[in-house]
Design a binder for this molecule. Sequence first.
Ligand SMILES: Cc1cc2nc3c(=O)[nH]c(=O)nc-3n(C[C@H](O)[C@H](O)[C@H](O)COP(=O)(O)OP(=O)(O)OC[C@H]3O[C@@H](n4cnc5c(N)ncnc54)[C@H](O)[C@@H]3O)c2cc1C
Ligand SMILES: *[C@@H]1O[C@H](CO)[C@@H](O)[C@H](O)[C@H]1NC(C)=O
Ligand SMILES: *[C@@H]1O[C@H](CO)[C@@H](O)[C@H](O)[C@H]1NC(C)=O
Ligand SMILES: *[C@@H]1O[C@H](CO)[C@@H](O)[C@H](O)[C@H]1NC(C)=O
Ligand SMILES: *[C@@H]1O[C@H](CO)[C@@H](O)[C@H](O)[C@H]1NC(C)=O
Ligand SMILES: *[C@@H]1O[C@H](CO)[C@@H](O)[C@H](O)[C@H]1NC(C)=O
Ligand SMILES: *[C@@H]1O[C@H](CO)[C@@H](O)[C@H](O)[C@H]1NC(C)=O
Ligand SMILES: *[C@@H]1O[C@H](CO)[C@@H](O)[C@H](O)[C@H]1NC(C)=O
Length: 587
Amino acid sequence: MLGMPSRLVCALQLASSVLAVAAGLTPSCKAVPGTPGWPSPEDWDSLNESLAGRLLQPSPPGAVCHPGQGTYNANECPAVRAAWSTYDFHQADPVSMDWNQWANDTCLPQEGAPCSGQGYPVFVINATETRHVQLGVQFARKHNIRLVVRSSGHDYVGRSNAPNSFSIWVHHLRGVKNHESFRPSRCKVTIDGAAVTVGGGMQMWELYNELDAVNRTIVGGGGKSVSVGGYVTGAGHSLLSARYGLAADRVLEMEVVTPKGEIVTANECQNKDLFWAMRGGGGSTFGVMTSVTMQTVPSPRIEQLIVIIVTTDNANTRPIFDMIAYVISQFPSLGDQGLSGYSLFFPAFPNPFDGGNTTVGGMLMTAALQDSSPEAMHKLWDPVLAHVNTTWPGKFQVFYTPKSHPSFLSWYAENYDTSEAGLDSYLGSRLLDETALTANLTKSAEAFEGFAGGSLATAYLVSGKGVHDAKPRGCGNAVLPAWRKAYVHATFGIEAPPLDPAGTETVKKQVKKRVAALRELAPNMGAYMNEADYEEPNFQTEFWGSNYKRLLHIKRAIDPDDVLWCTPCVGNERWEQVDDRLCRVVK
Ligand SMILES: Cc1cc2nc3c(=O)[nH]c(=O)nc-3n(C[C@H](O)[C@H](O)[C@H](O)COP(=O)(O)OP(=O)(O)OC[C@H]3O[C@@H](n4cnc5c(N)ncnc54)[C@H](O)[C@@H]3O)c2cc1C
Ligand SMILES: *[C@@H]1O[C@H](CO)[C@@H](O)[C@H](O)[C@H]1NC(C)=O
Ligand SMILES: *[C@@H]1O[C@H](CO)[C@@H](O)[C@H](O)[C@H]1NC(C)=O
Ligand SMILES: *[C@@H]1O[C@H](CO)[C@@H](O)[C@H](O)[C@H]1NC(C)=O
Ligand SMILES: *[C@@H]1O[C@H](CO)[C@@H](O)[C@H](O)[C@H]1NC(C)=O
Ligand SMILES: *[C@@H]1O[C@H](CO)[C@@H](O)[C@H](O)[C@H]1NC(C)=O
Ligand SMILES: *[C@@H]1O[C@H](CO)[C@@H](O)[C@H](O)[C@H]1NC(C)=O
Ligand SMILES: *[C@@H]1O[C@H](CO)[C@@H](O)[C@H](O)[C@H]1NC(C)=O
């Protein structure tokens, strides 16, 4: 963690690892190419053979833009450069990451930028079967090399990539199987209601389409290519969560390759600890999920309202944040009446109504009701907008656009996450409960202003009754308990300049300052690990709360040798990345 003094044994890498082996201890750092522990070419060849040729040694995806690189291709470069800002490009590549800093900016597709494979894995398994994953885990374990698990590469906290690593790419673990009801393996009970079993690399857009064909859907995410791997293990919030809970709350069973290299089924009747931990404990920590069975839900009609409340008179930000704090203070009661959605707020934003010649301050929300009516939507918003009008007469303009969608898929096709990838981007976030949102609007207005940091932030209404009252199978799951009180997941992202350590430090400081504003407002809540500051102080408590103790216990039991290691992840305290190696922390 940032600022934590770390005295590590890597100074005398070679000598110390030889000494450690001689003394019968495990080496102090994981092996990297060029050190004696790294597998030989023959080892890699024989692994490749056992995988029927599915071992890759990929070039950095940006290398096509760099003369001198093996894959340099002046014709392909412009297309790669153009596609770099899309999620589609990165999810399809075996090693590319959405957020450039997770590969240490080591091969950006820009002219003049340096290019090497330093920030990327060395070898990758293109897994299509559970057996491939198992061979990968066993190989990493045997050779004590750094293992990463990657699906789409969308991770905001950088867990799906590492330098000098060996990666298991689970993207091609496919398959969708519908069930009318489901009996978990070795259970006596059959769980009523439809469910679906999907491969560990499956992604939202394809699942929504598969299930729409039978008029159903899942609690799923906003990004088309977000995969079930990181999403379900991290908790998974959705437009539908206010009604149906988090994705992790709807899991009935998983197939998992454990860090010891065993293939197991985890459900409420067997491997119960693992089942508990893998639903909220985080990705690439307790095992590799090769398939997951989730309860599906009937695809709802979506009643949508886009609400914009803005002022062009934004020299004084005070009333803007008073208005924002007021509207967000209504989310708990609106949420209890079935509303969910995504809001953005900002003190000054290019005015869309005059081509950006002026700025506006205020907020924008894409709100949704399920299986409801335009009248019901207006009934919810009328008193809120009337209050804004009477409290700040003439100050704000209100625009709203209603639309009715016949299915979740129809809503999603127009409202999926279209933001830009391919940047150096740092996130911050906080979960907020009813008390934080409603107790003192002066205080929350100040906190939201601090959180916005002069820029843009979000207040997602993606929790509520469905999450608060969820009854996950097998006596609960490892989801951060604060979710059970939260209504709002508030987030922001800040772009940092690439290849600029000083500029990046400034951005990271801003992240910490902005998050602190909401932490102070809601000190006993926490943050959603999948969309948070990767250097969140006390991440163990902030991401898992009172579940951390049990999670750590399970991690030590299932992975005593830390075959899986990531940050910020459960049980990562014994190792730290030093330059581009992973080494044991010296106590
Ligand atoms: C555009 C966009 C929209 C998003 N919208 C939402 C949203 O609406 N709701 C929400 O909750 N989150 C959302 N997220 C965040 C999302 O949950 C995380 O980015 C998540 O980590 C993505 O998982 P992944 O498997 O696709 O990504 P990866 O980067 O491939 O993996 C993420 C983490 O999961 C691990 N992992 C991946 N697959 C497996 C597996 N099969 N077994 C074990 N570990 C695995 C990886 O090692 C890593 O630790 C969004 C992200 C993006 C980029
Ligand atoms: C693995 O084997 C396949 C098929 O023989 C080959 O094409 C590929 O280059 C090999 N991978 C590596 C990393 O050597
Ligand atoms: C990975 O495997 C899939 C399925 O066999 C194949 O379609 C794809 O081309 C492979 N990708 C790479 C980069 O080898
Ligand atoms: C899905 O719903 C539509 C419209 O109500 C209906 O016509 C169709 O038969 C349904 N399909 C299935 C597979 O239930
Ligand atoms: C924005 O300002 C430019 C320059 O003053 C002007 O030409 C243009 O008409 C303005 N656009 C709008 C939509 O007002
Ligand atoms: C706002 O208040 C004015 C009177 O001050 C009224 O004319 C207008 O209709 C109100 N608008 C809304 C949306 O309530
Ligand atoms: C509300 O918060 C403000 C700003 O933090 C503070 O000054 C005020 O005393 C608080 N009011 C109450 C009733 O606690
Ligand atoms: C990232 O790259 C820089 C050079 O640009 C290097 O100094 C630094 O050590 C690298 N960081 C890691 C974690 O490898």
